[in-house]
Design a protein around this ligand. Structure first.
Ligand code: ZN
Length: 344
């Protein structure tokens, strides 16, 4: 039996020596190492041998296996190298141009605002994109018949129309609902921003989109004065624009604030002289806000006699338009790289 092993060893060596190309190599590999190969048959025979022969036979068979496996692998590597050496390399050909990406201008503005607010101790909070009618309207002192609740403004989730306010869902039409959620979770005092996408069922025009970014901030403290809020806005704008920005405050009505205001900033496109972007008035409306309405504080579980605060609801796209002097908001959502590539 051991003589048979020697014969096989010689046979294997002869087969290896005869290999001249990849095809021959694959054939030898198949003949010896496949499921029905010669070596497999040999190993299967071991249990049938007399006990004293099994060990030397096993060792010998394994030596042949190791020899075949190693030699075949090394030959295979050689053939692959030879095949590759036919490729001619021309190292003088110029490389590919690497295009560097950039952040979307709205994203850059959001990041800059985050930095400005964080430097004043604000936390960043992310609310849910799908929320209940309770969160979007009831908590914010919207009366049951307020027109914003109707389908013309808000995208309602099908199948929940007949449910009560805490089970009727919509795509958030504004961010403000998240402020009450945050206060319920964290209590007061609080200072936080909550940026994100909001959704309105509107027809698009140069100033309006169906989905757009908003950016809100809320501070809740005891005895927070209106003038501190104004100072906060001016500080943030100066940080973001890198220079003092002239602002003005007008009375404004929003259900969730009392008193409410509108903040206008000097049109940065024309410097206040009047242009198409500011509709020739020299000012542009960038953020409504005001003191949280007592009903909103109550919805958040806070005592309106004890707590006060200040909402800022920033039209993020407007601010980006002011930063770069862009007159059509739809360009930001166009995914046109010729446009977006200018804001790296
Ligand atoms: Zn202007």
């Amino acid at each position: 039996m051991l003589e048979k092993l020697e014969t096989l060893r010689h046979e294997a060596e002869a087969d290896l020596a005869s290999i001249t190309d990849m095809d021959a190599l694959q054939k030898v590999k198949h003949d010896w190492l496949s499921k029905n190969g010669k070596l497999t048959d040999l190993l299967k025979a071991i249990p049938t041998l007399p006990a004293e022969q099994r060990r030397p036979f096993g060792i010998g068979a394994n030596e042949i296996k190791t020899m075949l496996t190693e030699k075949l692998a090394s030959l295979e590597e050689d053939f692959i190298d030879q095949a590759g050496s036919g490729i001619k390399l021309d190292l003088t050909i110029p490389g590919f141009d690497i295009t560097q990406g950039g952040l979307h201008p709205t994203r850059q503005m959001r990041d800059d605002l985050n930095q400005a607010f964080m430097s004043l101790g604000f936390e960043i909070y992310h609310g849910a994109h799908i929320c209940t009618e309770q969160t979007a309207f009831d908590n914010l002192n919207f009366k049951p018949d307020h027109p914003a609740r109707e389908t013309m403004d808000t995208y309602w989730i099908a199948g929940t129309e007949d449910k009560s306010a805490d089970e009727r869902y919509c795509l958030r039409p504004h961010l403000t609902g998240a402020s009450v959620d945050y206060l319920k979770e964290h209590g007061a005092p609080a200072r936080f921003v909550y940026p994100g996408m909001v959704y309105r069922n509107e027809s698009t025009d140069p100033g309006h989109e169906r989905a757009f970014y908003q950016y809100e901030a809320l501070i809740v403290e005891k005895d927070f004065s209106f003038s501190s809020g104004r100072l906060l806005i001016d500080t943030i704008l100066e940080r973001v624009f890198g220079k003092p920005i002239e602002t003005r405050m007008r009375a404004g009505y929003f259900p969730f604030v009392e008193p409410g205001f509108e903040i206008d900033m000097r049109c940065q496109v024309c410097g206040g002289k009047g242009c198409g972007v500011c509709k020739y008035v020299g000012w542009i409306e960038i953020m409504p806000g005001g003191v949280p309405h007592p009903n909103v504080l109550l919805a958040a579980g806070l005592d309106p006699m004890e707590w006060s605060g200040f909402y800022i609801n920033i039209g993020l796209d407007r601010l980006v338009m002011m930063r770069y002097g862009i007159d059509d908001v739809r360009l930001f959502h166009s995914a046109d790289l010729r446009f977006l590539g200018q804001f790296k």
